[in-house]
Design a protein. Structure first.
Ligand SMILES: C[S@@+](CC[C@H](N)C(=O)[O-])C[C@H]1O[C@@H](n2cnc3c(N)ncnc32)[C@H](O)[C@@H]1O
Length: 280
C-alpha cells in the first residue's frame, strides 16, 4: 500500500517535471480535493495508506494539472475575498490582485449609502459578488459578453445567496439604467503580442475572450471610458484593473475622456494595478 506522504512526494515531482511553478502547493490542493480532506488534514493523515480508488482519483487530478490546466479548474472552485467561487473553463480564474481592486471600490463607496454599482465583464462574478457580500446595501449590477460566464456567475450568486442583477451585454450597451456611483471592471487587457509569451495556464486554458484586448491591450478600456461616463452620477467613479506597464496610458486615456484626477494603486509585487478616477 502506498501512503499519502509518498503520493504527495511523487505528485510534486511529476508536476515539477511538467512545468508547474508551484508543484508542492498544487499537489497539496489536488490531493486534498481528491481525498475530501483539508490541507491541514493531509499532514495529520500523512502515513495513511490510499486504496486503489483514491489513488486513481488523485492520479487523474494530477494528470490534468500536468497538462497545465489551472488548479482552480481541476478542483472546480477558487477563493476570492473569503468567497468560495465555482470556476471552470468558461471563466477566468479570479486573481489575488483583483482583490485590491475591490478594496479600492469599497473605499470609493465608503461614504455613500445604497450605492448603485456595475461590474463590467464579471466572469465568475468575483468583483460583483464580493461587493454585494461586503456592502449588502449596494445595488449591484453585473454584465458579461459571454453567456457561459454569466451562467457561472448566476450559479455562484444563487449558491452564495447574493442578489446581483446580471445582463448579457457588450460592455454597457445592454445594461439598463444609469445613475451609477461606481463602474468597475477588470476587462481583458492582454495584447495579442503578449499572449504568445504567457504561461500555458492562461494562453491555452483560460477563455481568450477574457484575456485578449487588441494590439496594445487597451482596446476595451478605450470603448469603456466614454460608455461609463454616460452612466455615472457626477462624483461617481470608474475603477479599473490593468496590466503591468499600462497604468500611465490608462491615466492619459481617462484625462482625455474628461475624467478628474486619476489615482493608481500598486499590487503586492509593486506593479501599478488599479487605476480609478472620478467623473467630473
Ligand atoms: C479578465 S476577465 C475578468 C473576470 C472577472 N471580472 C474577474 O475579475 O475575475 C474579463 C471578462 O470580461 C468579459 N468581456 C470581454 N469582453 C467584453 C465585452 N465587450 N463586454 C462585456 N464583457 C466582456 C469576458 O467574457 C470576461 O469574463
Amino acid at each position: 500500500m502506498i501512503t499519502l506522504a509518498e503520493v504527495l512526494r511523487r505528485s510534486t515531482g511529476y508536476l515539477e517535471q511538467h512545468g508547474s511553478p508551484t508543484p508542492r502547493l498544487d499537489a497539496e490542493l489536488l490531493l486534498a480535493h481528491g481525498l475530501g480532506l483539508s490541507r491541514i488534514e493531509l499532514y495529520t493523515q500523512y502515513e495513511r495508506p490510499l486504496d486503489d480508488d483514491q489513488l486513481a482519483a488523485c492520479r487523474e487530478l494530477v494528470r490534468r494539472r500536468g497538462l497545465r490546466e489551472p488548479v482552480a479548474y481541476v478542483i472546480g472552485s477558487w477563493g476570492f475575498r473569503g468567497l468560495d467561487l465555482a470556476v471552470d473553463a468558461r471563466v477566468l480564474v479570479p486573481r489575488p490582485e483583483t482583490e485590491l481592486l475591490v478594496d479600492r471600490c469599497l473605499e470609493l463607496l465608503e461614504a455613500v449609502e445604497r450605492p448603485r454599482v456595475v461590474d463590467v465583464g464579471t466572469g465568475a462574478g468575483a468583483i460583483a459578488l464580493s461587493l454585494k457580500s461586503e456592502r449588502p446595501d449596494a445595488e449591484v449590477v453585473a454584465c458579461d459578453i459571454s453567456q457561459d460566464a454569466l451562467d457561472v456567475a448566476a450559479a455562484n450568486a444563487a449558491r452564495l445567496g447574493l442578489d446581483v442583477e446580471l445582463h448579457l451585454s457588450d460592455l454597457l450597451a445592454q445594461v439598463p439604467g444609469d445613475g451609477f456611483r461606481l463602474v468597475v471592471s477588470n476587462p481583458p487587457y492582454v495584447s495579442e503580442r503578449e499572449m504568445a509569451n504567457l504561461e500555458p495556464e492562461l494562453s491555452e486554458h483560460e477563455p481568450r475572450l477574457a484575456t485578449v484586448a487588441g494590439r496594445d491591450g487597451l482596446e476595451v478600456y478605450r470603448r469603456l471610458l466614454p460608455e461609463a461616463a454616460g452612466r455615472l452620477v457626477d462624483g461617481g467613479s470608474l475603477a479599473l484593473e490593468c496590466g503591468s506597464g499600462q497604468a500611465p496610458a490608462l491615466v492619459a486615456e481617462l484625462a482625455a475622456a474628461g475624467y478628474g484626477q486619476a489615482g493608481v494603486d500598486p499590487d503586492l509585487a509593486g506593479i501599478e494595478r488599479v487605476v480609478w478616477a472620478p467623473w467630473r
